[in-house]
Design a protein around this ligand. Structure first.
Ligand SMILES: Nc1ncnc2c1ncn2[C@@H]1O[C@H](COP(=O)(O)OP(=O)(O)OP(=O)(O)O)[C@@H](O)[C@H]1O
Ligand SMILES: [Mg+2]
Length: 353
């Protein structure tokens, strides 16, 4: 096992796309780090640079104490798991799993031991003599995980390994992956564009946008204290509501565009332009002094209901609430944030205030 260190790593593709713009990260030995961000933000590029599959334009990547910039992929002691499994179709699960070990000259007794151990961990003992074509997507992905596992690498790299699975299987495999990591505790970097997957799997998450790291931290810390407007809306579902306004003369409220007011938890400079952030889960029905809205759409989820609301000044808000009765479209609904739940961002920089 090993720690990983990235120092100011950059990637500019031929043609000029700056896919990764100066990324520095420390990944502790045994940590499960998740890279999350929208499509095209540079997640796969970063992962492939760590694996050695993509040349880095500048910066340093170290595995343990060793700088690996010039080390070929096969000598980096890293195992990568891809979205499309990438199994050899004509080989059985066992043959797929032990192939890399054979190449390395690992003897048969040791190969059998490792395959048996991985198969047991993944619950695929009965699949070992089957070829990929006769397995479900979930089973193939398990074999792909097994193939990575038997190598007993210093680190695992996962690039959206669950995204070809249907929702239920994805959820189940996600839990199994977490359990697997708890047992083997191999340093892992996991790429996904799914914020929920990131939140549930990561010891820490790295939120990326346009090749730039936006925030690094434990999932709940990122959720509770998003560093900027982008992270605020990207992490958490439904997305956080953002409302522009100005800090009032008393310094204790924000006057929203459209006239409504929102109380602040701590005093701010009067006149400052801000964006107020409120999670849908933190909006509640309020007395008349709340934000005046009307119901546009209701989506009952069972215990809770997502209510899409038209707010002041043409704004649009989402509230997730426990309601006794589903409101009708066009109903007026004054709402306000729960005490202590308001996030504040600078109007110009978008950074957390
Ligand atoms: N081989 C390549 N040559 C040129 N540009 C590339 C290449 N691979 C990726 N890019 C560009 O680099 C940027 C980052 O791509 P990357 O695949 O790393 O994104 P990603 O975050 O993994 O996205 P996704 O979630 O869609 O997989 C994108 O703008 C992409 O078009
Ligand atoms: Mg990708």
């Amino acid at each position: 096992m090993a720690s990983l260190h990235l120092r100011d790593v950059r990637k500019t593709y031929d043609g000029g796309t700056e896919a990764v713009r100066g990324c520095s990260l420390e990944i502790a030995d045994g940590e499960f780090l998740v890279l999350v961000g929208p499509s095209g933000c540079g997640k796969s590029t970063l992962l492939r640079m760590i694996a050695g599959l993509e040349e880095i334009t500048s910066g340093t990547i170290s595995i343990g104490d060793r700088v690996v910039n010039a080390v070929p992929p096969k000598d980096r002691d890293i195992a990568m798991v891809f979205q499309n499994y990438a199994l050899y179709p004509h080989k059985t699960a066992r043959a797929n799993m032990e192939f890399a070990l054979k190449l390395r000259g690992v003897d048969k007794i040791e190969r059998d031991r490792r395959v048996a151990e991985a198969a047991r961990l993944l619950g695929i003992e009965t699949l070992l003599d089957r070829k990929p074509g006769r397995m479900s997507g979930g089973q193939q992905q398990r074999v792909a995980l097994g193939r990575a596992l038997v190598r007993e690498p210093a680190a695992f790299l996962f690039d959206e390994p669950l995204s070809n699975l249907d929702a239920k299987l994805r959820h189940q495999t996600r839990s199994e992956l977490k359990e697997l990591h708890r047992r083997v505790a191999t340093t892992s970097i996991y790429v996904t564009h799914d914020q929920e997957e990131a939140m549930t799997l990561g010891d820490r998450i790295v939120v990326m946008k346009d090749g730039v790291v936006q925030q690094v931290g434990p999932p709940l810390e990122v959720y509770r204290r998003p560093a900027n407007r982008f992270v605020a809306t990207f992490i958490g579902a439904p997305a956080m509501n953002l409302l522009d306004g100005t800090v009032a003369q008393d310094g204790r409220t924000v006057e929203l565009e459209g006239g409504a007011r929102v109380a602040l938890d701590s005093p701010q400079t009067p006149g400052r332009g801000v964006t107020v952030g409120i999670r849908p889960q933190h909006l509640q029905l309020s007395a008349d002094d709340g934000i005046a809205t009307t119901v546009r759409v209701c989506e009952p989820l069972g215990d809770e209901t997502d209510v899409m609301l038209d707010g002041p000044g043409g704004t649009s808000l989402t509230a997730r609430m426990r309601l006794d009765a589903i409101p009708a479209v066009g109903d007026s609904m004054p709402i306000s944030p729960r005490a202590g739940s308001v996030h504040l961002f600078d109007a110009e920089t978008g950074l957390r205030v």
